[in-house]
Write a protein that binds this ligand. Structure first.
Ligand code: NAP
Length: 248
């Protein structure tokens, strides 16, 4: 059977690095994006140029209809998904908790938490032996913020990643006898655009000396852990949360 992967937010940063590496390992990759179609098309082109298979599929993971459509498009293009990377994630401008309004909180939580749950639901319907599937694997992108809390920056984002850790533990146990493994990767400070979206484009440079390894990480270093967890090399690993954070 074909190895088919959906990477939410596969168009930039860690998701893009994961999409490219997964294609090298033989997966047909659905590169999901929400706004930046050109970036998604670039990732597809890189994969196809190297002889792999990929498709750019738009969809906002915070919108249930979009997620249902994303998985249906993947079905049509490559067949049922065998690997899901819940990577799409956002943070807001740096604020203290007393400055945060409900609209901001709901935006962060609906993308980072609800989106990951709904994508997991659609994946399980296709992967689980309970539903006639042949198994699969899910990796959720958490963050070291889940255990550091991101004070003065974005406690809401950190809390959303705490929820991702709990989702990983609970879902791993829920589907462990159904052929599905569920794990998480907790990146530290990685060179991507996400820091600029929080209004702090130089965040990695500013904080890298606080990292025990005294450097920021590359998206490819995170992708290596994500893809390993999805492959049969990690066949006895489920409910695990792997830090890729230079010791932070
Ligand atoms: P990034 O560079 O900001 O890229 C985010 C990606 O997610 C883009 O492809 C974006 O698509 C997509 N996206 C955003 N909102 C979406 C939505 N509602 N639906 C579908 N796709 C959406 O982010 P990153 O740094 O690679 O982060 C990836 C994951 O790693 C996130 O979950 C993040 O929390 C986690 N993480 C990152 C770091 C870090 O230091 N970079 C550290 C810890 C954890 P468009 O381009 O179309 O907007």
């Amino acid at each position: 059977m074909d190895k088919v992967m959906i990477v939410t937010g596969g168009s930039r940063g860690i998701g893009a690095a994961t999409s490219v590496l997964a294609a090298q390992r033989g997966y047909a990759v659905c590169v999901n994006y929400v706004h930046d179609r050109a970036a998604a098309i670039d990732v597809v082109a890189i994969i196809e140029h190297a002889g792999g298979r990929a498709l750019a599929i738009p969809g906002d993971v915070a919108r249930e209809d979009d997620v249902v459509n994303l998985f249906a498009e993947a079905d049509r293009a490559f067949g049922p998904v065998t690997a899901l990377v819940n990577n799409a994630g956002i943070l807001g401008a740096q604020q203290r908790v007393e400055e945060m309004d409900a609209a901001r909180l709901n935006r962060i939580l609906s993308t980072n938490v609800t989106g990951s749950f709904i994508c997991a639901r659609e994946a399980i319907k296709r992967m689980s032996t309970r539903h006639g599937g042949t198994g699969g694997a899910i990796v959720n992108l958490s963050s070291v913020a889940a255990r550091l809390g991101a004070p003065g920056e974005y406690v809401d984002y950190a809390a959303s990643k705490g929820a991702i850790d709990t989702l990983t533990i609970g879902l791993a146990r829920e589907v462990a006898t159904e052929g599905i493994r569920v794990n998480a990767v907790r990146p530290g400070i990685i060179y991507t655009d996400i820091h600029a979206s929080g209004g702090d484009p130089d965040r990695v440079e500013r904080l890298k000396d606080t990292v025990p390894m005294r450097r920021g990480g590359a998206a490819a270093e995170v992708a290596a852990a994500v893809v390993w967890l999805l492959t049969d090399e990690a066949s006895y690993v489920t409910g695990a949360i792997i830090d890729v954070a230079g010791g932070r």
